[in-house]
Design a protein around this ligand. Structure first.
Ligand SMILES: [Zn+2]
Length: 160
């Protein structure tokens, strides 16, 4: 795992992508970079205004990330992590702000989602490259067809 530092523009792009995947498009979510000392021990924080369906994600600036951290700073994963807090919020809002079990669940799910999403991209890119290399007579690999079908992008590869 490596650091994944993104520009604000790229980050907002990923934010909209994950809002859509997580079915949070009816939320108005903003994102801003913050000096590390304003976030204490956290690398990111979300402020949820449930009644307005609004949220603000504050994230540590790349320059303030401490390389001594055990985990890399993957800005996309932090966005997914903070968005998942919106889903968990009704379950845990009365339990206080720092619920260890919630944090552990969200951390595990966010890393899993980001890595699966990148793997799907790799499979798709591999298939597209192969198509460019050999445009005729390329049989779809079963794994690729399943992947496409599962992602709702067709799955009707009729190469026979
Ligand atoms: Zn969290």
């Amino acid at each position: 795992m490596r650091n994944n530092f993104l520009s604000m523009e790229a980050l907002e792009d990923r934010l909209r992508y994950w809002q859509s995947k997580l079915r949070l498009m009816d939320w108005q979510v903003e994102i801003m970079f913050e000096r590390g000392y304003n976030l204490g021990a956290d690398i990111g924080r979300i402020h949820i205004f449930e009644d307005k369906r609004r949220a603000l994600i504050r994230m540590t600036e790349a320059n303030d990330w401490d390389p001594a951290n055990l985990l890399p700073y993957d800005m996309e994963q932090v966005v997914v992590h903070e968005l998942l807090h919106i889903h968990f919020y009704p379950l845990t809002r009365d339990a206080g702000s720092n619920v260890t079990a919630e944090e552990q669940a969200i951390e595990a799910i966010s890393w899993a989602l980001v890595s699966l999403d990148r793997r799907a991209d790799e499979v798709e890119n591999y298939y597209l490259q192969e198509l460019e290399r050999r445009p005729y007579g390329l049989l779809p690999r079963p794994a690729v067809v399943n992947c496409y079908a599962g992602r709702g992008e067709g799955g009707t590869h009729d190469n026979t």
